[in-house]
Write a protein that binds this ligand. Sequence first.
Ligand SMILES: [Zn+2]
Length: 587
Amino acid sequence: MNERFTVSDRWQFRSGHSWLISLAIGLCLAGCQTGGRAENASLAIKVDQVGYPLNGPKVALISAAAQSFEVRNAADGAVAYRGRLSPSQADANTGDQVQAADFSALHQAGRFYIEVPGVGRSWTFALGPDVYERVYYLAMRAFYGQRCGTAVDLGSEFPGYSHPACHVRGEFHLSSGQSGERDNIGGWHDAGDYGRYMVNSGVTTGTLLWTWELFAPKLKSISLNLPESGNGTPDILNEARWNLEWMLKMQDSDGGAWVKQTSTRFSGFVAPEDDRLPSEVIGTGSPPYKSTCATADLAAVAAIAARVYRPFDSAFAARNLDAARRAWTWTEKYPNVTFRNPPGITTGEYGDANCQDERLWAAAELWRTTGDAAYNDFFLRNYNDNLPSLDAPPDENWSSLAPMALQAYALAKQKGSDAKAIAAIRDRRVSAARAIAARARDNPYHVSMQTKDYVWGSNGVAALYGMDLLIANIFHPDPEFVSAARDNLHYLLGRNAFSLSWVTRVGENAVKHPHHRPSGDGRQELPWPGLLAGGPNAGRQDAMLAALPADLPPAKDYADQMGSYASNEIAINWQASLVFLLAGELE
Ligand SMILES: [Zn+2]
């Protein structure tokens, strides 16, 4: 996760600052014309730039004083719908006065824009069935684009977005307790950097496997155009396996898992194959060298994999189950070995002082997969204190696995599960979802975000609100949960204060300068597609954010600049939450 939680690397941004600005200006001169699209859209009119399903609520938001609006056909400007704007509401998180344009009564498929007399027109958007399928495809293809250790090519859709195999050699760092070569090829580049980290891989891969488990009928026939496509395994599982194989290689013979495989410091903004820094398997620096959080994450993810791959590759499923059991046994021996960067290592730390929630998740998933009483006993001894974790998403979902643990248990249909525990978890999830949905309904921007949620990776928090709502909908079906989840998706896809889609190459006005090395190596004008940027961050931990006006409200603390790693980095964990949300909203 790159610059997060490390300060020692920031010299790179200071030294690279002037050319970054030159590059940004150059890109704008060359690339700010949108050619044939809504070139003069008003940023005061905010729409989901992807679109709205035909039969759900359809609302645009306007941060300018006006009375009425029109929905016009994008092809010929013909008016398809006319309506009155709602009364203005003050939004504390943005400082905006916001009015709603509700055109839910329009049931016509096509491409449209909103016209507000005296204000202007919006970006175009679609109404129709399957409006989110293309975004789902791109968001999943983004994982393929993050593949390490192999050549990647996005093909004719995005010519030139390719790289030869990268990081094909590795070695043990002294902190791992071993020495010599250790290739461990594979996995996904974690974020804007080229590191691979077990803890962030844990929640990310787990979320993608859950996406399959919960929404398989909608996903099974969607091809992601992968090298493995057509092999009989659904493509979301093909993609997740790329990272799983690397995670399995990070397990030592004693069952424990090393924490990460990165260079000792971050590389410059170069293409993956041009990063020549040695790729090191890094440990805790003293016995037992592996960490409990990393090992428990492996146990949880491999336990899920043992379930979901069984119909497609029983040998791979069995390999995962064996890895999961051995990892669990290791955590029984070492219940809380935590990790800090050893001397000389300055890549992302993903520091976590408490690995109990990771162990709880592993126990729940192992119980769900095996039905072995020991896992159930561990879960039932430890779950109760974690129930409040269901009330709101964690700021950092890679370090707070209690929600995954609890929900895994309640989703399991395992004979012998404790009915009282399941009821407590379901009730807590559903009542929290009611509050989350009510907030989206009452918030002027129709989003569940609270003032405190504008943290590093706030867009990931918005996606997690969507996940919470969709899981609640499984426990207790309620159309309002699905609709509120979609409101949070609308926020990510352009219905926000910036009128900006935070998913690269999606929508007419999408984020252009993510903190992402392959996008910033100077070879391409536009970023790699399908990537979710971090979003507004009132913490302002980088120079670009620190330079913003001091009195900006929290939801406006954002800079679409490559140097703004604290608001514009991409990361696989919130990417996975976006995929889950999109999958849940597919029709
Ligand atoms: Zn690589």
